[in-house]
Design a protein around this ligand. Sequence first.
Ligand SMILES: Cc1cc2nc3c(=O)[nH]c(=O)nc-3n(C[C@H](O)[C@H](O)[C@H](O)COP(=O)(O)OP(=O)(O)OC[C@H]3O[C@@H](n4cnc5c(N)ncnc54)[C@H](O)[C@@H]3O)c2cc1C
Length: 271
Amino acid sequence: MALDIVKVDSVREAAATIAASGDAYFLAGGTILARVANTGGFPVRTMVLSDGLGLDAIAVDGDTIEIGAAATMTRIAAEPRLAFLRPVAESIGGPAIRNMATVGGNLFARYPYGDFAVALLALDAEVTIEDAEKTRTTGLDDFLASAPAGGIVRALRFKLPPDGAFRFTKVVRKHPHGASVLSIAAVLPETGGKVSNARVAYGAMSERPMRAKAVEGALEGRALDAQTLENALKVATDGCQPQTDPQATDWYRMTVLPVHLKRLLSGEGRF
Ligand SMILES: Cc1cc2nc3c(=O)[nH]c(=O)nc-3n(C[C@H](O)[C@H](O)[C@H](O)COP(=O)(O)OP(=O)(O)OC[C@H]3O[C@@H](n4cnc5c(N)ncnc54)[C@H](O)[C@@H]3O)c2cc1C
């Protein structure tokens, strides 16, 4: 089947081109889309190039970070101001994949992928989307919950977490890289020895990256002591609906999640 590659001059033109066609897609790194086009997973007749649209900038304004949707995992891993995100970026594929895989594309990755989106969810990121007529900004939770469709993601914006407050773990069967059995990201700021505004997110524990709101509730306003951990672990799997795939069964994911959450909350391991 013939494939049209379209170069556009603006993000708006890209959005309009895609909106006007039933089988046109935005091509970022292509680590997913090129494979789909080759294997015929779904019909891809047109790819709209992201090249030259200026979507790969990383900007810092005080404690606010804005990452352009076309920034690659390699770029994130090399950015000193985002050192806390390096383990997340480096957990995604091997070097060849990371050189191409973008932050924006990660929001659209299918189960069990989306590890960077999990981190952004814990960071309470906002996403800016441009469609054929307007630009809008929404919380990443809402964006992911509405099964993202339509429009081009321009950028992700979040506040830098306090030093040491961000934690991430990814469980894989094949080291050093592999698709997630599950991943967990958390931002655990502490005020006066108590957790305040905790954000916890899971990957591969439901169809899309999800917030662990019951866990956040169990942590809020409490010291991270044994009793708090016990309370949090009791609700660790609330709302989870993992799938069975070559990495793990749904049962296994439900069973091991509390073990890894406990390690992450108690600061065991490397984050
Ligand atoms: C071998 C291999 C290993 C992988 N390992 C991992 C892993 O460990 N963890 C993980 O999370 N992922 C993994 N992935 C999946 C993938 O590489 C990443 O999720 C990557 O971030 C996707 O980004 P991309 O730029 O390549 O997306 P693309 O393939 O370019 O696009 C994917 C989809 O998103 C849409 N899209 C992309 N950017 C935008 C945008 N800005 N606005 C609107 N729509 C957009 C495209 O139209 C397309 O539908 C792996 C893939 C491969 C092939």
